[in-house]
Design a protein around this ligand. Structure first.
Ligand code: AMP
Length: 194
C-alpha cells in the first residue's frame, strides 16, 4: 500500500454550474482531513479551492496554501490555514505545490486548473517525477480532456500509454481506493529529482 501523506489539489477558483462539483470538493477535503492526509493547494478562499480547504480543516486536517503575492486579494487568501506560503510568481507556486505533495488530485476547474494539470503531466512524461496524478471525473467533467489526450496519442503526438501518466476516477472514494493499490515507488515525494 502506498503511503501518501500529502495531496496537492488543483481545482477551480469558481464552483461551476453543477452543485456536484462543490460536493466533490467538500467530500475530498473531508476525507483527506479524516485520513490525516495534508492538503496542498493554491490558498484561495474562493470557489472549489475554498470548499476543499474548509472541509479538510473542519475534519481536523492540515491545509497548506501556496499563493503569489499578486493574487492575495483576488483569490482571498485563506486566513485559517495550517501554513501559508506567499511566493513571488505563478511558476514558483506550481513548483512549490508540487514539491510539497506525494500525489496530485484534480477536481473540476478552469484554465488555471488545466495549466497546472498539464504541467505535472508533461513533467511526468519527461521522467522528472513519478507521482500519481488522479483526475476526479465528477459528472463526466473530464471526459473531453480524456478524449483530447486520446486524440493526441492516436495522432502520434504523444508516445506510449497515457494511462501511465494519469488516471480518471469517478469519486474521491475511488481516488483513495486507487492510491492504496499503487506500488510504494509511486508515492515518493522526491524534490531532488528536479
Ligand atoms: P481556474 O481553474 O482558472 O479557476 O484556476 C484555478 C487556480 O489556478 C487559481 O488559483 C489560479 O490562480 C491558478 N492558476 C492559474 N494559472 C496558473 C499558473 N500558470 N500557474 C499556477 N497557478 C495558476
Amino acid at each position: 500500500m502506498t503511503d501518501i501523506k500529502s495531496l496537492c489539489v488543483f481545482c477551480g477558483a469558481a464552483v461551476g454550474d453543477n452543485p456536484a462539483y462543490a460536493e466533490a470538493a467538500r467530500a475530498l477535503g473531508h476525507m483527506m482531513g479524516q485520513r490525516g492526509i495534508k492538503l496542498v493547494f493554491g490558498a484561495g478562499h474562493v470557489g472549489m479551492m475554498g470548499i476543499v480547504a474548509d472541509a479538510a480543516l473542519a475534519a481536523g486536517g492540515d491545509a497548506i496554501g501556496v499563493i503569489p503575492q499578486h493574487l492575495m486579494d483576488r483569490e482571498l487568501a485563506h486566513d485559517g490555514l495550517t501554513e501559508l506560503h506567499v511566493v513571488e510568481s505563478m511558476h514558483v507556486r506550481k513548483q512549490k505545490m508540487f514539491d510539497l505533495a506525494d500525489a496530485i488530485a484534480v477536481l473540476p476547474g478552469g484554465f488555471g486548473t488545466l495549466d497546472e494539470t498539464f504541467e505535472v503531466i508533461t513533467w511526468k512524461q519527461l521522467g522528472l517525477h513519478d507521482k500519481p496524478i488522479l483526475l476526479i471525473d465528477t459528472e463526466d467533467y473530464w471526459q473531453p480532456f480524456a478524449e483530447l489526450i486520446g486524440n493526441i496519442t492516436r495522432s502520434g503526438f504523444a508516445r506510449g500509454n497515457h494511462a501511465d501518466l494519469f488516471a480518471l476516477v469517478k469519486t474521491p472514494e475511488e481516488l483513495f481506493d486507487l492510491l492504496e493499490t499503487l506500488p510504494e515507488s509511486h508515492a515518493s515525494a522526491d524534490p531532488d529529482k528536479f
